[in-house]
Write a protein that binds this ligand. Sequence first.
Ligand SMILES: *Cc1c(COP(=O)(O)O)cnc(C)c1O
Length: 380
Amino acid sequence: MPRSPTEPLLLTPGPVSVSLTTKQVMLRDRPSGDVEFQEDVTLARTYLVSLINGQGSYSAVPIPGSATYANEAVIATLVPRGGKVLIHSNGVYGDRLVEICAARGIACAVLRTPPFTPASAEQFEQALAADAAITHVFVVHCETSTGVLNPLEPVAEVCRRHSKGLLIDAVASLGAVPIDARKLDFQAVTLSSNKCMQGVPGVGWAIVQSDALESARGNSDSLTLDLWDQNQHMEHSGAFRFTPPTQVVAAFAQACREHAAEGGTEARLERYRRNWRRLVDGMRQMGFVTVVPDGFASPIVATFRYPNHPDFSFEALFQGMKRRGFIIFPGRLALADTFRIGCMGDVTESDIADAMEALAETMQEMGIAELGRADPAPAA
Ligand SMILES: *Cc1c(COP(=O)(O)O)cnc(C)c1O
């Protein structure tokens, strides 16, 4: 189906395209004390807690802004003065957690692994053994800059054994990859209103263990980035402390209803997997090569190398795709000569098939008929 370039499909790792019905609920003005708005807030908070199986022991706290605001609020609220955070980084979003600590003057240690390598339980063990001051461990679940999915069980097990607070950036996975609080026993997990939840961007969420939240009173040295205070407002009056982003929250509640109607996390994962499979197969058929070994790849985004062809230009590919109604994404600086295509959001396998057609046409337009035989998929 041809697409309109003025209403492009975003095949990017965020913002992602959202359904028309989710966008439509934003057309109404709402007073913040409105009963229906409060019901939307409650629905969203309850739904998020149920997604992680955290009923009774977790609270979902919204922070207006993007997901980075939620990550910063988690660090500001849950890491006490004198605390220290061990951060695992194998990409841009791990590095951003380090930046947050630096900006806030919070002590941190960094466990760095190569871009396509998750950290092992032994590496977490060693990092904790080397520094008794560490109180918390912050990890990125899906590292969106590469698409690598860092497994959570090993670090959760190490944190449990050493009684360290586990904090998880699941901004690019929650809603599409199962995350079970009963198994992982984390203190907090963060997500975006957009990305895999498919609401519009504008609110970051932290789902926080109630005990951890209770003991965090007075920790935050920020008026706005204080999860404890935002939570107690929500609990006592059902309201945001300051003017709520009413349209964004209403759209998020609708996105939660649509997530449930689709069949929850499992069904969404299935759809993203089919998108990813179609994308990676289609690209490989054209001769493109993926960067991340399939075994570590998450089904939300794929990274491809620039083909070794004198007439290839990413700019021309981007513009050709844009004219055909698809937005793709450059790679990250650390991965020179790569580009990314996302599979998340309100995107189906048939959208991906259309995108593959558009990509083939664009390559033709560049005068590239053949890329030659595709290299085999890199081994995990
Ligand atoms: C997108 C993303 C963020 C940051 O989210 P913003 O909404 O851009 O602030 C953080 N972590 C991960 C893993 C992400 O994918």
